[in-house]
Design a protein around this ligand. Structure first.
Ligand code: AP5
Ligand code: MG
Length: 260
């Protein structure tokens, strides 16, 4: 069934390294047929807090560095507040909503900001992507309640399927720009100059959780805590699987087809 652009309200689900952030960044840049899509990445929001040394960031860092999930109640509160921002909430700002997160304060996470902070109502189509949330069944249930309260619904849930050995290769070779947040990869998407971002000239850095031991833990956590969401969303008839072990361009074309 064809979907209107305005109904592209989707969850990107997939193991670490599956390419969720890569695809979401392309859509957020607004150069596809969808126009600008709001990119809400819980990982980027948390990294902003860590970089700024907030109380939440201090609490989250230990979990993240070890490749574990941060507790459900923390992440659910963040996303509930984010979904009430005017760029994603059909009802606009709701009374009593407190500002929670702005990613606009740290150069290290400025890309997270561009795509995941929400202070303006520039996203006329109302299209958004939740990248990395939900990751547990309680988070999915909380999301259902939040969306029902806002009078919104998911258009679909996209599962990026990639074999484990490829995930490990992608993660251990990933580098991120400290200035604009662009994602690079020494194996699959190298920069012209080693260590320097092609997009803005910023310095590249490696995420602490891309160390091999943290990668192993993250993949275990995905299997035990996040994979059950595949059946959760199958049960709601929302799950669409994509073969994400192909070029980013081919993966993007599958994602865009879902929005037509
Ligand atoms: P988060 O930042 O969400 O990390 P993640 O899920 O582990 O996902 P990644 O960002 O590693 O994978 P990705 O799919 O975005 O891959 P990418 O596009 O970058 O979360 C980090 C941590 O925060 C969690 O571990 C947890 O502690 C905490 N957290 C976050 N959300 C939470 C939640 N809801 N609940 C509790 N805790 C939470 O691509 C990876 C690499 O592959 C890149 O180098 C890229 O260039 C390359 N690549 C991408 N696509 C392709 C392709 N098609 N072909 C070849 N290479 C590709
Ligand atoms: Mg990501």
């Amino acid at each position: 069934m064809a979907r209107s652009k305005s109904s592209f309200r989707t969850v990107f689900l997939g193991a670490p390294g599956a390419g969720k952030g890569t695809q979401a960044q392309v859509l957020a840049a607004g150069k596809t047929e969808l126009g600008p899509v709001v990119h809400i990445s819980t990982g980027d929001i948390l990294r902003t807090h860590v970089a700024e040394g907030t109380a939440l960031g201090k609490q989250a860092k230990a979990f993240m560095d070890q490749g574990q999930l941060v507790p459900d109640d923390l992440i659910i509160a963040i996303v509930e507040d984010r979904l009430r921002k005017p760029d994603v909430s059909p009802a606009g700002v709701l009374p009593g909503v407190r500002p929670v997160h702005s990613g606009a304060r740290s150069p290290a996470t400025s890309n997270a900001t561009a795509s995941s902070s929400a202070t303006s109502n520039s996203n006329a189509s109302g299209a958004w992507i939740l990248d990395g949330f939900p990751r547990t069944v309680p988070q999915a249930q909380a999301l259902d309640r939040s969306l029902a309260g806002l009078g919104a619904a998911l258009s679909n849930v996209v599962y990026f399927r990639v074999p484990s050995d490829v995930l490990v290769k992608r993660l251990t070779a990933r580098w991120t720009c400290t200035q604009c947040g662009a994602i690079w990869n020494t194996e699959f998407k190298p920069t012209r100059v080693v260590g320097t971002c092609d997009a803005c000239g910023g310095r590249l850095s490696q995420r602490p959780d891309d160390r091999p031991e943290a990668v192993v833990k993250r993949l275990e956590v995905f299997r035990s805590q996040t994979e059950p969401l595949l059946n959760y969303y199958r049960g709601q008839n929302l799950l669409v699987e994509i073969d994400a072990n192909r070029t980013p361009e081919l993966v993007l074309s599958d994602v865009l087809a879902l929005a037509r």
